[in-house]
Design a protein around this ligand. Structure first.
Ligand code: FDA
Length: 303
């Protein structure tokens, strides 16, 4: 479960400078990030593809507040989409709408996303949309709803920790949405999110069943054995079978499990972040696991 105090402390610009300017940050980041360049993500994808594991290319960066920044991110995403057929990769791309201008205004974001989607469709590349903090959820859902009729392959991440998610999914049901179900990685206000790990897992399982009934080709973004086993059982029960769903995991997390599931014939895809704006992503990974946190704290105090 997410360590909320750490995510809060991680918002401090001083800590960000300390981590990003030091060798500590650079050392830690290698575990979770492919590298600074798109080519680094391509190499990781090629290695995974050899093991029958797909990739999800994620250009790091979020919360862009100016149109030029959003246009720059759009150009980078288009480059990521183009590299997939050019290098014969089994990969999708995943975008953050706050990087495409969602916090500037919805039209800017829609125009940028539209460019990416059009190019991806021409290239036969699937696009996924990450879900960010709860204040961006209503607009993210709106953008997804607007784009899906023209781009039905679009996949949206939905967070089991948010109280609103079951209702949001019900509202999307007529679209038979393609969803990546995750637990949720952001620090949220109490009124918006479920705090107990057991309750989040229970909601995850409930939404898993819902997706097999009402969604299209569901994806489960989790490393939790209980959630993965629940999805496998639901796939068998509903007749979806091994081919009817995807298990998605993060680069650097439970590598053994990724390999095992792929060798057993499950569809596995790994989320591969790359780029230099890695600080918020690294902090979310630190906050997910006490062992990461202890390692991080020891490195910071130099022991
Ligand atoms: P849980 O946190 O219970 O972990 C289960 C086990 O997995 C742990 O016991 C540990 O062994 C291992 N583990 C999990 N995280 C680890 C870590 N950081 N380091 C080492 N081991 C770890 N979130 C979001 O809000 N929006 C999004 O769009 C996405 N997108 C996304 C894509 C993909 C492919 C994945 C896998 C995850 C996301 N997430 C996300 C992150 C997600 O919300 C969640 O924070 C993490 O997946 C951790 O939750 P688990 O379901 O793995 O369970």
């Amino acid at each position: 479960m997410v360590n909320r105090p750490l995510l809060w402390v991680a918002g401090s610009p001083r800590l960000e400078r300390l981590v990003t300017d030091s060798r500590i940050g650079a050392g830690m980041v290698h575990r979770f990030v492919a590298g600074d360049q798109l080519e680094d993500a391509v190499k990781v994808t090629q290695q995974l593809n050899h093991q029958r594991i797909g990739g999800i290319l994620d250009l790091l960066g979020e919360g862009v507040t100016d149109s030029a920044g959003a246009a720059g991110a759009t150009a980078h995403y288009r480059e990521s989409a183009a590299v997939i057929p050019a290098r014969g990769l089994d990969a999708t791309i995943s975008v953050k709408l706050s990087q495409l201008g969602l916090t500037i205004d919805r039209d800017t974001c829609l125009a940028n996303l539209g460019q990416i989607l059009q190019q991806a469709r021409e290239l036969g590349v699937t696009v996924e949309v990450d879900m960010e903090q709860s204040e961006l959820v209503p607009q993210t859902l709106e953008v997804f709803r607007q784009c899906v009729p023209e781009y039905p392959q679009l996949r949206l991440a939905m967070q089991a920790c948010l109280r609103r998610t079951p209702w949001d999914l019900e509202a999307l049901a007529p679209l038979k949405p393609r969803v990546r179900l995750v637990k949720g990685a952001y620090s949220e206000p109490l009124e918006a999110s479920i705090r107990s790990g057991a309750e989040v897992t229970a909601q995850y399982k409930f939404l898993t069943d819902w997706l097999f009934e009402h969604g299209t080709d569901p994806a489960f973004g989790t490393h939790d054995d209980a959630c993965i086993e629940h999805a496998m059982a639901a796939a068998a029960r509903t007749g979806a079978g091994q081919a009817g769903f995807e298990i998605q995991m993060l680069y650097g997390v439970r590598r053994d499990l990724q390999d095992r599931l792929a060798s057993e014939g499950f569809r596995v895809r790994v989320y591969i972040p790359f780029g230099s704006a890695w600080y918020p992503y690294l902090m979310r990974r630190m906050a997910e696991r006490p062992a990461n946190l202890r390692f991080f704290a020891r490195a910071l105090i130099g022991r």
